[in-house]
Design a protein around this ligand. Structure first.
Ligand SMILES: [Zn+2]
Length: 189
């Protein structure tokens, strides 16, 4: 079975600017493209998993969200990198827009996006990793049985002292990927 790395979007892959809704505001975290490419080279299936309550609250349409993900993919491609799947949760329990108002299985810390990817692609989550900047990311990973890395970019520095126990804390995505690489290198073939 294939192993995966799940990547949170805002504050991990791209700069956190708060309710991003315009593609011209997309900025990759420095070194992100090379880091993503390195993960692919290690054989990982790559899935972006992002909570987008901005959709639930009418701040960003699903079409605008799609355009933003295309822009991130374009910037990654310019650095020779790509992710395999884009998963997002558009819901929120108190959503302004009624059709998105629900307690769902996909909004992190629920593990639904990870479990759906596992089912769709036959992933081995016990040998998989998630990189996130919030405790909700860490919890989603652990509830799915995956390893969790907290980065200090985005909300990460503020979240570090809180509850939750990531398997590792890294400065940023490139540093998280170095740690994953070292872990993989220790395994017997
Ligand atoms: Zn959801």
């Amino acid at each position: 079975m294939r192993r995966a790395v799940f990547l949170d979007r805002d504050g991990v892959l791209i700069e956190e600017i708060g309710h991003l809704h315009r593609r011209e505001d997309v900025r990759l975290i420095p070194g992100a493209a090379s880091a993503v490419r390195a993960l692919s080279d290690l054989g990982f299936f790559l899935v972006v998993v992002t909570n987008q309550s901005a959709v639930a609250n009418g701040l960003c349409s699903e079409a605008e969200l799609g355009a933003i993900h295309e822009e991130i993919a374009r910037q990654l491609a310019a650095g020779g990198a790509r992710v395999d799947e884009w998963a997002y949760c558009p819901h929120h329990p108190q959503a302004v827009i009624e059709r998105y108002r629900k307690v769902c299985e996909c909004r992190k810390p629920a593990p639904g996006m990870l479990l759906a990817a596992k089912k769709a692609h036959g992933l081995d989550l016990t040998r998989s990793f998630l990189v996130g900047d919030k405790i909700s990311d860490i919890e989603a990973a652990h509830r799915a049985g995956a390893h969790a890395i907290l980065v200090e970019t985005g909300h990460g520095a503020a979240e570090k002292g809180q509850r939750g126990s990531p398997d590792h804390v890294a400065r940023d995505l490139p540093s998280a990927v170095e740690w994953i690489r070292s872990r993989v290198g220790q395994e017997s073939p």
